[in-house]
Design a protein around this ligand. Sequence first.
Ligand code: F6R
Length: 608
Amino acid sequence: MCGIVGAVAQRNVVPILLEGLQRLEYRGYDSAGLVVVRDGKLERVRSIGRVADLTEKCANTQGHIGIAHTRWATHGVPSERNAHPHISKNHIAVVHNGIIENYEALRTRLTAEGYEFTSDTDTEVIAHLIHSHYARGNSLLAATQASLAELVGAYAIGVIAADNPDQLICARRGSPLLLGVGIEEHFIASDVSALLPVTRKVVYLEEGDVVEVGRHSYQIFDATGKRVDRAVQISELSNESVQLGQYRHYMQKEIHEQPQALADTLESVCNSQSLVPGIFGAEAAATFADIDSILILACGTSYHAGLVARFWLEEIAGIPCNVEIASEYRYRTSVPNSKALVVVISQSGETADTLAALNHAKALGHSHTLAICNAPESALVRLCKLRMLTRAGPEIGVASTKAFTTQLAALFLLTLVFAKQRGRLTAQQEQHHLHELRHLPGAVQKVLELEPHIAKLAKQFAGKHHALFLGRGLHYPIALEGALKLKEISYIHAEAYPAGELKHGPLALVDKDMPVISVAPNDALLEKLKSNLQEVRARGGELYVFADANTHIRAADGIHIMQMPEHAGYLSPILHTIPLQLLAYYVALQKGTDVDKPRNLAKSVTVE
Ligand code: F6R
């Protein structure tokens, strides 16, 4: 959502903060700001817009300690006055990611105590609160700890004081934050990618941790205030993995990284001769033996992965499966089943709705939990008994691409493990699926070769205002995903329907201005799909069909065919996703939108 960077060093930290912000900009991008201590005073620079605008304004700013922030507005419109850092009485500066739920009560109280509010944010109460404790003679650490005890909600914060040029305090609860360890210098950041130019040595902070960060040393205190040691880890993330390289946008790069991301995610399985539950954690075998159904909770693209998985789990493993949008599940009265496995799917592992849904499920008595996630150190992974990490690498583009296909790969493995455990997978079938999985990265690579054709096709969409996506069965969620990709980055209104539903209403929308995009795999529903496509053509709708080899759908006036290189059986949804990602990308290029940072969106949605 928002991104935080901080540094205390002997050198000028402003370039480090700006570079870090640039790398975190994908997390939030409506405004940015930083503050340093200079000659005993706080010097703050803020800017609406992008980090590049802030960089221009920082030409003459320098200091040895500072904190910085990119914002995605929650409380208060995007504006310079609402941009972080927020300052209390020219003395305490704070950057914050998260939401303070009791900020109104605190604001009323602090106003009565004489504090003047200059923004509409919830963050400003933190600055004043810390100031109120600091002014009573507490150290910056003690003032921060006392303030945190009064906050309800989620936060990752960085704090500095004008009269304390050697010390930065940071803390986290519910929002990510890590410490970077350098030589005679230390850093904080929301995500390790921000710190790669300066260090790879990181300490992932735990829930409730508060840290006193100095130039030479740091001290970590846990939620109870006890001094604790946390392991220093060497991040495996390479600097190249977060650089754009030869690509024009991160989304394009990430689409092209899918063969490697899938190979990495499937590595341990593809190198072995058989499937074992252990890939989901040490306790998986015992847990799975006790399971009679599956409940999947996720949001957005991750929810679409869950919808595909339902087909696989019920058809291949014969296990009942429900899929719910996390933000709905948490607020409805559901009937818990202690024998259900709750599977939470998330790229970031930070999504507030998914985390809350998981906690809700646990509160209802669900103890069997599995996270499928791309962020190893995330709250979601830590909160689950079992885990399978997708190894997609950092996903910077706001529109999720490689995270989705690797989630699907992980969910297919889950299906096979359950099928095997339930006696529904012969040794021969197991070998067949393993063979198909080994072939998957290569098959995806071949689909990527369609890129130039799709780029050409995209030109026909640039002037459109609406689009319909059709799919059936296993591919209906892929139609949903295609529509989501198109709307979020090209701003074209797009809807997806199971093709059989068309005649029950949406067909009324079809005319020559409504492009209809159809996913047409060579499966049992193909003939039915062909009839549905005829219904569209008969109403003058322009059809764009992504068809498997051997589907015998012929190009004709008003019917454009994009032939897929092969048919991948159960893994077909993974292959069919790729051209829809490319279509959205090239339509967005045609429309000149900000592909990696579409308006109004943010990468990880850490608020409700
Ligand atoms: C769409 C997209 C979002 C996310 C959703 C969940 O391209 O990226 O719909 O899928 O916000 O995010 P995660 O997977 O991080 O929980």
